[in-house]
Design a protein around this ligand. Structure first.
Ligand code: NAP
Length: 307
């Protein structure tokens, strides 16, 4: 007979393994479904300095592994598989994967969100060697250097301002002639002396040696191309929440994030959203782990009432 887990967690990042730790430690049958290895986005970050308790920093892969070990110590299990779809129409929820079907009384969706890429030819090859997707994670490596930020939304504007306080010069490269970002970001950007906004420009090529050394940019109005020198580029053109496999099973917002407030409760009873996949203001490891614990708190409440 198929096992019915108390808590099934989709995604083995910080939100997922914190949920697994709390659930397993509470004596619940807990399974994590993870595609590749623990840690999620965090595992791609070399040096994490903004997660408390590690005064010398810690690399994301090690932190992810430690979170997994911590949860498994209390009995949580991990299945390495790709989730293909879900069926939340019955009280016992079904999750369809490349390793078969899994059944659970509650599901915590913690599959995260991935940064949108520019789609340049050698972009992936230079990640960490001049190409970055998180200014707060990697900005400090560019003290007294020149960087470019790509995008025109709140994230790009906030990143440009944040970096302007750390680096020598920031180019903000935006494909249109006005920023989508709110006034609270636009005004300080205008007065930041070391920020130069390059309007109506897209990046057509990364110029590289062993690392990124510059960008070829193209003015979309005039068609003119020019090269600018920079030591690093921060791509800040939005994120893609990993919600496609849900197929509309829970309510999403216009950007594809799961609609769930601080309780992590989704539009379906017994289904919770934790970490970057949830509509929220700040996507960080500390907020993800907080969601993981909160989701289990409410899952336990639901299990006690419904089963
Ligand atoms: P966003 O608002 O979707 O902005 C993405 C930006 O990237 C847009 O300016 C867009 O240009 C540009 N872009 C998209 N694809 C591009 C491409 N292929 N090449 C070049 N440029 C491209 O994303 P976000 O800034 O990450 O923000 C996501 C959400 O979080 C938003 O709702 C935002 O308000 C919110 N947020 C809030 C705060 C805050 O309030 N403190 C801080 C950060 C983020 P176009 O403008 O031409 O479309």
């Amino acid at each position: 007979m198929q096992q019915i887990f108390d808590v099934l967690i989709i995604g083995g990042g910080p939100a997922g393994y914190t949920a697994a730790l709390y659930a397993a430690r509470a004596g619940l049958d807990t399974l994590v479904l993870e595609r590749m290895s623990a840690g999620g986005q965090m595992a791609l970050t070399g040096d994490i300095e903004n997660y408390p308790g590690f005064e010398d920093g810690i690399d994301g892969f090690t932190l992810g592994f430690k979170m997994q070990q911590g949860a498994e110590k209390f009995g949580a299990k991990t299945e390495y598989t790709d989730v293909l779809g879900v069926d939340f129409s019955e009280k016992i929820k079904k999750v369809n994967t490349t390793a078969g079907e899994f059944f659970a009384k509650t599901v915590i969706i913690a599959a995260g969100a991935n940064p949108r890429e520019l789609g340049l030819q050698n972009e992936a090859a230079f990640v960490g060697r001049g190409v970055h997707y998180c200014a707060h994670c990697d900005g400090r490596f560019y003290k007294d250097k020149t960087v470019a930020v790509i995008g025109g939304g709140n994230s790009a504007a906030a990143d440009a301002l944040y970096l302007s306080r750390l680096v020598k010069k920031v180019y903000l490269i935006h494909r249109r002639d006005s920023l989508r970002a709110d006034k609270i970001y636009r005004d300080p950007l205008k007065t930041a002396e070391n920020v130069e906004i390059l309007w109506d420009n897209v990046v057509s090529e990364l110029i590289t040696d062993k690392r990124v050394t510059g960008l070829k940019i193209r003015n979309v109005k005039s068609g003119e191309e020019e090269e600018i020198f920079c030591d690093g580029v921060f791509v800040s053109i939005g994120r893609k929440p990993a919600t496609e496999f849900l197929g509309g099973a829970v309510r999403l917002d216009d950007s594809g994030y799961i609609v769930a407030d601080e309780t992590t409760k989704t539009s379906v009873n017994g289904v919770y959203a934790a970490g970057d996949i949830r509509k929220k203001a700040l996507r960080q490891i500390v907020t993800a782990v907080s969601d993981g614990a909160t989701a289990v708190h409410f899952a336990e409440e639901y299990l006690a009432e419904e089963f």
